[in-house]
Ligand binder design. Structure first.
Ligand code: TYD
Ligand code: MG
Length: 451
């Protein structure tokens, strides 16, 4: 018989080590390692989800799987999931406590109710509390509700109910007597999630497994079970009350799709593209520029803000969290060299409205316009831009310029700055090849004279 082995698991991120250590080398948290004894059979059980047929075939002889998807009732959720809820998909739904996970899932139930049977397992709230929330949200879909945390009882209930959609709120409350004494440990969460997801796969049940993101190392976080699921969703807080839904792993669609919501009195409301644009730039003051960014497979508009003040110490510094600080430094240097605007004696602050981190190359140009606007105090209303900037000051087209321009026009922007497309109906395109000329064009459009 194979010997049992002792390993140590970080309760914050699920990283394993063969020896105990004070600090996790993967996530940096302190005192998070828990001892775990792994028998040979349980170690191999972690790959028990997909057993395969054991027979040899050719790819051309394999029938494609059914591409049917359930409608979640939210355009944004469908988009983030890659077109809707895939039957039998295991989806991890993570976020900080209070962000709105239970609210969004209950709202999804409303639309799902007409497409299939729902089982909602709650280990956190009483039926009365859930009913109160459902009333507030106006949910009247048929939902089988089970409150409890015992894994075996939950598995029995799933078998008996045989729903098409299972919601487990939350994975951290599940408890199996065979996985140690304390709920919420990596051992418990992994074991229970594994059993529930395994059963859902067998029965072709789509499952949302809620996991709270925790700062406290005592409770296992979502990282501990990300490898068990098809899709990993994060629900995060942006600025201005905007909540961002994001897929960071998705076997059924693109990752990096974003869905934007705001929490209202009657639950979460998705922001349409138009509302999103209005939300971010009702007013574009000096020191701000609107970026037309492309993320996932969609165009988004974000306000990039910049502020410059004389450097406090002899050295100028860049403070930028949502855009890489080295990028802000590079663009400031290009402006100094090719446009003649001095930044080397300034402290520069950069921010993105909406709390979103921007990484795509096409935000160089709006970042340059925001920095220029901050330094000169000239506002650029109605201008939206996209483009990469080379160190030579040359503007290069970003990917998908056609889609970006179309979205900008649809949302009512008057001027688009960026190379790649020279003309477009209904929106003025400024397609200069050098940053210096772009600035001159934008200034001319805004009725200013370059000094
Ligand atoms: P909740 O879904 O319970 O968060 P989570 O499951 O992620 O912990 O919702 C959290 C907050 O949302 C709570 O503070 C109350 C607020 N809320 C509203 O503002 N409007 C609503 O309609 C609902 C249901 C909740
Ligand atoms: Mg909740």
């Amino acid at each position: 018989m194979a010997k049992a082995k002792t390993t140590y698991i970080c309760s914050a991120c699920g990283h394993t080590e063969s020896k105990w250590s004070g600090q996790c080398s993967s996530c940096g948290e302190w005192n998070t390692f828990e001892e775990k004894t792994v028998s040979a059979s349980s170690a191999s059980a972690s790959s028990a989800f997909f057993k395969g047929s054991g027979a040899l075939t050719t790819l051309s002889a394999v029938k494609a799987e059914d591409s049917h998807r359930y409608d979640s009732g939210f355009k944004e959720v469908n988009q983030v999931l890659g077109g809707g809820i895939v039957p039998g998909a295991a989806m991890l739904f993570s976020g900080e406590p209070g962000i709105g996970k239970s609210t969004l899932l209950l709202q999804i139930c409303q639309r799902f109710g007409s497409q299939g049977k729902i089982l909602y397992v709650s280990g956190e709230e009483s039926p009365g509390q859930i009913k109160l929330r459902a009333n507030r949200l106006g949910i009247d879909a048929a939902i089988a509700l089970y409150t409890g945390t015992d894994l075996d009882a939950i598995l029995q209930t799933i078998k008996k109910e045989a729903p098409q959609l299972l919601i487990v709120d939350s994975a951290q409350t599940l408890y199996s007597g065979e996985a140690g004494m304390i709920p919420g440990t990596v051992n418990q969460v992994r074991r229970c999630a594994h059993e529930v997801i395994g059963l859902c796969k067998e029965m072709n049940i789509a499952c949302f497994m809620v996991t709270h993101v925790t700062k406290d190392g005592g409770i296992a976080g979502p990282k501990a079970i990300e490898h068990l699921v098809d899709t990993v969703l994060y629900f995060e807080q942006g600025d201005h009350e905007v909540r961002i839904l994001r897929a960071i792993k998705n076997r059924f669609g693109a990752v990096d799709e974003l869905g934007l919501f705001i929490m209202e009195e009657q639950g979460l409301k998705e922001l349409t593209e138009k509302e999103q644009a209005q939300f971010f730039h009702r007013h574009v003051p000096a020191g701000a520029a609107i970026a037309c960014a492309y993320e996932g497979s969609r165009v988004f508009f974000h306000e990039i803000q910049a502020l410059t003040v004389p450097a406090k110490s002899g050295m100028s510094r860049v403070y930028s969290e949502r855009i890489d600080a080295s990028r802000a430094l590079r663009i400031a240097a290009v402006l100094e060299k090719h446009v003649g605007l001095k930044f080397s004696d300034q402290d520069v602050y950069v921010n993105v409205s909406g709390g979103i981190r921007l990484t795509e190359p096409g935000i160089d140009l709006p970042l340059a316009l925001a920095l220029y606007s901050a330094r000169t105090n000239i506002a650029f209303p109605s201008v939206v831009s996209a483009g990469e900037i080379a160190l030579s000051g040359e503007i290069r087209p970003a990917l998908h310029m056609g889609k970006r321009i179309k979205s900008a026009k649809d949302l009512g922007f008057g001027i688009f700055s960026g190379t790649g497309i020279e003309k477009s109906q209904g929106i003025k395109v400024l397609a200069a090849a050098q940053l210096k000329d772009v600035i001159a064009q934008v200034l001319a459009e805004c009725n200013k004279v370059i000094s």
